[in-house]
Design a protein around this ligand. Structure first.
Ligand SMILES: Cc1ncc(COP(=O)(O)O)c(C=O)c1O
Ligand SMILES: N[C@@H](CCOP(=O)(O)O)C(=O)O
Length: 423
């Protein structure tokens, strides 16, 4: 491959930095098509396209035999969710004080959060049962995901979202997909209670993580991690804990992978809660037999504003099976970790950053050894919570963009002056 000038046809080396030709013309890329065989290309492109056009291209349904073997393939409602990156990030390892950290970017899902892994399974199953009205209570990500899948399969979604404390971007995303928004005074917990009591009366199919199909779909996150790591697991998997769906799903997934014989070593699971919404951590720490709900959950990681996690019993089983731990971190620790993750080029919403913050704390407390490897699950996209980004703005001493422009203009004109003097 090479570049040629569209005006004077001069040829340029592609591997030298150049935008325009010396004559001022724009450059274009050329390659020698004669070396390519059209029939071979057709077959190659067709194979790639077909891969993309079946439900098995989804990072959830690739593992259908372990998720919902009985569901007919034509009943699958998919947006090719999953298939998310697993990135080794040295800066995160340095930040946490551990040898190796991999970040699993569930934020790369079609609606921008890990909820899609579970929602595709719940909506597909609900539709196969003949349901046409889908519902959830949500702090914004579940609602976005449900509204997206409902729109995609032409059904209705009713989403119950607390009046306060939910990121605007998530509400707008839900509305944009056509979700019918029900705002109410109270928390996610109140909305879920309402749905569990009244969904039948309204003919609604509940797609919160109390629905076991959500958990089945979300197991695929750990299947994909295992697959990406050639079925050899890390020492630790670190998750943020809110409703505790991921903790439940990943624990179940690990147990199944192990009993089928797809993996040999079971990683330990660390569940990280925000201090202002940490009823599960408090229960585990105090060795209480049951969970005491937090009536006023409060954290700036708004996705974690959950005081009564419905899946706490399942999450406890995960801790038992994996010899796992829990920890709570402050909002300041969450935002420090978020800044690091954002600067790494991956980015996440605050709730996801609780993982790296929790990892740092667990390494400092010597619960996790500095020579171990951890996978942290980044649950939601950086743009999900634009308000959280303003947290950086306050830290900047003055807008540096303008100073930089002025300095560069200055340097450029000094150079021009010097060139004029030489002439
Ligand atoms: C971005 C994000 N991270 C983490 C969580 C907490 O996950 P879980 O409910 O599975 O504990 C949620 C919602 O619950 C979320 O939206
Ligand atoms: N953060 C979640 C709240 C938990 O929802 P669920 O889907 O696990 O019931 C959200 O985005 O709503």
């Amino acid at each position: 491959m090479y570049m040629t000038c569209i005006d004077c046809a001069k040829r340029w080396d592609l591997y030298k930095v150049r935008i325009r030709c010396t004559c001022g013309g724009l450059l274009q890329i050329e390659q020698n098509w004669k070396e390519l065989d059209a029939d071979l290309l057709k077959r190659l492109f067709q194979a790639r396209l077909m891969e993309r056009m079946t439900p098995y291209a989804s990072g959830v349904w690739r593992y259908k035999e372990l998720i919902h073997p009985e569901l007919p393939a034509e009943a699958i409602v998919t947006r090719y969710e999953g298939n998310t990156g697993l990135y080794e990030v040295d800066a995160a390892a340095k930040f946490a004080g551990i040898r190796r950290v991999l970040l699993k970017a569930q934020s790369e899902n079609p609606s921008g959060s890990f909820k899609d892994n579970g929602m595709t399974a719940a909506v597909s199953h609900g539709r196969a049962l003949g349901m046409q009205r889908f519902a959830c209570s949500s702090t914004g990500n579940t609602s976005s995901s449900l509204a997206m899948y409902a729109a995609w399969c032409g059904e209705e979604s009713y989403v119950f979202v607390p009046e306060e404390g939910v990121a605007d971007g998530k509400v707008l995303q839900t509305l944009a997909y056509g979700g019918k928004l029900v705002r109410f005074p109270g928390t996610y917990d109140d909305g879920l209670r309402f749905l569990e009591e009244h969904a039948d009366e309204f003919g609604l199919y509940v797609c919160n993580s109390v629905n076991p199909l959500r958990i089945e779909g979300q197991k695929s996150i750990v299947f994909e991690i295992a697959h990406q790591l050639q079925w050899s697991m890390p020492d630790w998997i670190v998750l943020p804990g809110g409703a505790l769906s991921n903790a439940s799903a990943l624990g179940k997934g690990l147990q199944e992978l192990r009993s089928i014989g797809l993996i040999e070593n079971v990683p330990r699971v660390a569940i990280v809660q925000a201090e202002g919404a940490s009823p599960f951590h408090r229960m585990v720490e105090a060795k209480e037999p049951t969970l005491t709900p937090e009536p006023h959950p409060s954290t700036r990681a708004s996705a974690l504003n959950i005081g009564s996690p419905p899946s706490w019993r399942k999450a406890l089983q995960t801790l038992e099976y994996t010899n796992g731990v829990t920890v709570a971190v402050s909002d300041e620790q969450i935002f420090a970790a978020k800044e690091l993750i954002d600067r790494s080029g991956i980015g996440c919403e605050p709730a996801s950053a609780a993982t790296v913050a929790g990892l740092k704390r667990l390494v400092a407390e010597q619960v996790i050894d500095k020579d171990e490897t951890a996978v942290c699950i980044l649950t939601g996209h950086l743009l999900k919570d634009a308000d959280a980004l303003t947290a950086y703005a306050g830290k900047r001493p003055e807008p540096m963009e303008h100073r930089m422009w002025e300095r560069m203009m200055d340097m450029a004109s000094n150079k021009r002056l010097a060139a004029l003097r030489r002439e």
